[in-house]
Design a protein around this ligand. Sequence first.
Ligand code: DX5
Ligand code: ZN
Length: 216
Amino acid sequence: MKPIISPSILSADFGNLARDIEMINRSEAEWVHIDIMDGVFVPNISFGFPVLKYVAKLSQKPLDVHLMIVQPEKFISEVKALGAHVMNVHYEACTHLHRVIQQIREAGMQPAVTINPATPVSLLKDIINDVYMVLIMSVNPGFGGQKFIEHSLEKVRELRELITLTGSKALIEVDGGVNPDTGKRLLAAGADVLVAGNAVFSAPDPMEAIRALRNL
Ligand code: DX5
Ligand code: ZN
């Protein structure tokens, strides 16, 4: 099975956002990855709902929304209003993760849980059967273009084992420092979805970069 590619528009040219989204529309990418940051959960601020309204209008691909914010449950209806396919919330940002996952599902979106590099996969044991996807961060969230943390490969293998053991249908997504080299190794370790920002938007031909990742 070919991997799902979810290009992260954090690395897009914001002066030409419409052009870059139209490129994704024409590409082999399955989803568009949207990174929302609040300057509290992560040391950066990206873009908010007024901008994303236009992204959602232009995108023909399902939105894979990654919230790097505290109390993400406060924004379920805003994310829903974008028509998002997936709403990713951080394990570290949710005191009552089980409730948040249920609320996302009740709102009609696919719930996903994201874990930071220092959060162990084993903590997902009691939620793995309730989520559509787990997102493993392979860099510390907040910025595009960072170096891939090699230990993430071990976490993907561990998560694949947990999914097999529990009979969960959760997809495995990886975000941070994904390029053709790390992407190939992540797929061999058991990843289903690759997020890529820098590797797509700094490539001479972004559409070709997406095609290459999809055909690793
Ligand atoms: C980082 C974001 C990522 C980021 C990935 O906090 O969650 O989605 O855009 O960028 P690259 O692929 O450049 O590491
Ligand atoms: Zn992300």
